[in-house]
Design a protein around this ligand. Structure first.
Ligand SMILES: [Fe+2]
Length: 289
């Protein structure tokens, strides 16, 4: 890895508790956008771009050139704004190459059209484990970190790691592992990979669900997580973690937007093909999830 460390700007979406990151070396240079949000109102089925427009405004203010529009995984709690950002700002979309596994599983669950291919071609690029990529002078590296989903990746860019849904802030803990293809044992091992990085490594969460006692925060360090993460601080064994995670996941409701989100996100954020009346429809599988 080269030694250049990025500037990181996080934009928090209070509707989905998601943080979108803009990562860049300097104003006027190239950047990457990680985990964007397309606003979606499940009551009306209407999308809006307020959250993504904040990202666009920042990119324009800093005169950044978008090289990458990255996803850490196919999110189950919000729809990605990747196609809208690409249309407005340019850049190439990418996700971890195990997305094909997720596409196969959900093509079945949603009984998607034959023409929906499960080879990941909806994305401009599929990132392999340990693959390196450039954002101008910055070097990124892909870390395959399955567990929350079988396709999760984290992006290490300089001294910063965008951890996706692995770790949350230390007082919140870790991501759930009970979606199709999730696995608590894998999540423990993936988190172990992240927490074996140098202690001063900056970690950026994909979400924050702050307790009432504090404001939203989404930056931590390896040292802080190893010392204080309520689920995986140093000394917690794999067995202890899996038992805690499994018990806890059994108590969690499905995210409100899981059904719309997943079927759009496995299409890299495109809506399904329109019906003959010109309207795109999302499906709700009854008693299947
Ligand atoms: Fe997620």
């Amino acid at each position: 890895m080269n030694a250049i460390n990025p500037q990181v700007h996080g934009i928090f979406d209070p509707a989905t508790w998601t943080v979108t990151y803009v990562v860049y070396e300097k104003e006027g240079g190239p950047c990457a956008i990680i985990d964007s949000v397309l606003d979606y109102d499940p009551k009306s089925g209407r999308t809006r771009t307020g959250s993504a427009d904040k990202v666009i405004a920042f990119v324009r203010e800093k005169e950044l050139r978008v090289e990458w529009i990255l996803e850490t995984h196919a999110h189950a709690d919000h729809i990605t704004a990747a196609p809208y950002l690409k249309q407005e700002l340019g850049g190439r979309t990418a996700i971890g190459d195990h997305i094909t596994t997720v596409q196969k599983v959900f093509k079945g669950i949603f009984n998607l059209e034959q023409a929906f291919t499960t080879d990941g071609r909806q994305f401009d690029h599929l990132m392999k484990d340990d693959e390196q990529f450039a954002i101008g002078n910055l070097t990124g590296r892909v870390m395959y970190v399955p567990g929350h989903t079988p396709a999760c990746v984290a992006y290490q860019i300089g001294d910063a790691v965008f951890v996706g849904d692995t770790l949350f802030m230390p007082d919140v803990g870790t991501a759930r592992c009970d979606f199709p293809g999730g696995d608590a044992k894998n999540l423990y091992r993936s988190i172990g990979k992240i927490l074996s990085l140098p202690p001063e490594t900056r970690l950026f969460m994909c979400h924050d669900y702050p307790p009432d006692s504090r404001a939203v925060k989404f930056e931590s360090t390896v040292a802080e997580q190893r010392r204080a993460n309520i689920h995986v601080h140093d000394g917690i064994s794999e067995e202890q973690f899996v038992e805690m995670r499994t018990k806890r996941d059994a108590t969690l409701e499905m995210p409100v937007l899981i059904l719309p989100s997943v079927q759009v996100n496995i299409r890299a954020g495109e809506m399904p093909p329109k019906d003959e009346n010109g309207v795109a429809y999302l499906k709700i599988p009854v008693n299947a999830l």
